[in-house]
Ligand binder design. Sequence first.
Ligand code: FAD
Ligand code: NAD
Length: 396
Amino acid sequence: MSSIPKIVIVGAGYGGILTAQQLQKELKHNEATVTLINRHDYHYITTHLHMPAAGTDTIEHSRIPIAQLIDEFKVDLVKGTVKEIIPNEKKVVLEDGSLSYDYLVIGLGGEPETFGIPGMDQFALTIRSINSVRLIREHIEYQLALYKNDGKPGRLNFVVGGAGFSGIEFVAELADRLPQLAKAYDIDFNRIQIINVEAAPTALPGFDPELVEYAMDVLKRKGVNFRIGVPVKECLQDGVIVGEGEKIEACTVVWTGGIRGNGLIEKAGFEVMRGRVKIDDFLRAPGHDDIFIIGDSSLMFNPEGRPYPPTAQIAMQQGVLCAKNLAATLRKKELHKFVFSNKGTVASLGKGEAVAVVGKRKIKGWVAAQLKKIVDLRYLFIIGGIPLVLKKGRFF
Ligand code: FAD
Ligand code: NAD
């Protein structure tokens, strides 16, 4: 029997891919085996998904075969769906078999948080994977096609629940796409409504108020109707109930009301808050020095005691440190604490428009939109170098 330690990474998202790539650099020959398990044989760029969801970009720009991102001599790729994690047995159960590990990295991402709102799981669409955005894209066009046959007004209403970053970026793409679709389907665009419903007193809660105002002005001009300070209370097959019981008729409801940790983690017996595990400074699950949890399924607090938001930026930085701490663990060396390096935040507002905060600088309009492109290209460069930038990059 081999005595080489087995590292298993579940999830090849932002955190998982960066962990695998950094382990390739860190580990010496035969220091450990590394297995990367992912549901699909491709990595998807979640931060782009609002575009293929609305139909303003192709699916292919948002996914990359994992085999192109890793060295298969150093990392064993397993295409499989994790069904269960059993920490006490050091085992990961897949749909078709199981794997044992010495060290486990959990990077399974998050799931839509519906807060138990009736009908949301059943009727709303969500932006969470290539398959879920394919459905949104097809659904939108199908509603327009149906409208031309049955004339049902709700088919022309597109409700987005939640005006956080995902909701705002998605309505911006919808506002760019629907005029084109209206033309293609011979529908007067003025009859189409994009309605963004937000429970908090402002869109983009917590973001710079001046930039929020700018973003809302841009989106209103593009045709988005905001309902701010109005919670979605229920989702139906043909609309949503909001506020004090008002019904908004809509055959398309996309829920962007937040995310929680992957349900498998709570099922594995970890203590969770909204499905996320409060990890230690070294990214390990409490009481489990052999299990690292990174990305959207983990919970960490900033020096002011507020939870870091679940972002790709944090998942990537955690992925790199996780690999370094795994190597340190194998070598019985000291582990390093996670220190978040904030590179800023950029929210796209559709073609040629965005808002950004970088350090203390506020940036808006075309310049911010170029910054967003640079952020996207930078990610491609980090995971795949110049060849990937040229293959998948969006330059215009
Ligand atoms: P993910 O990237 O979600 O990866 C999880 C991986 O696990 C996936 O490959 C999935 O297929 C796999 N998986 C899940 N369950 C299983 C299973 N049971 N078995 C096997 N594999 C499984 N953040 C930013 O910092 N900047 C942005 O601009 C930004 N834009 C965003 C735009 C949108 C529309 C959305 C939805 C999110 C955006 N985010 C952004 C947030 C960011 O995408 C997430 O924080 C990030 O993806 C989290 O990375 P992760 O590694 O935890 O999980
Ligand atoms: P979020 O939690 O950031 O926003 C969800 C929004 O939905 C909030 O504004 C919340 O008030 C609202 N909401 C909740 N319940 C509601 C209800 N019943 N009715 C109406 N509104 C309701 O979630 P998200 O936008 O999906 O973002 C998830 C994570 O991904 C965040 O950390 C975010 O920062 C990150 N992200 C970043 C970017 C970017 O940097 N450009 C883009 C997208 C997402």
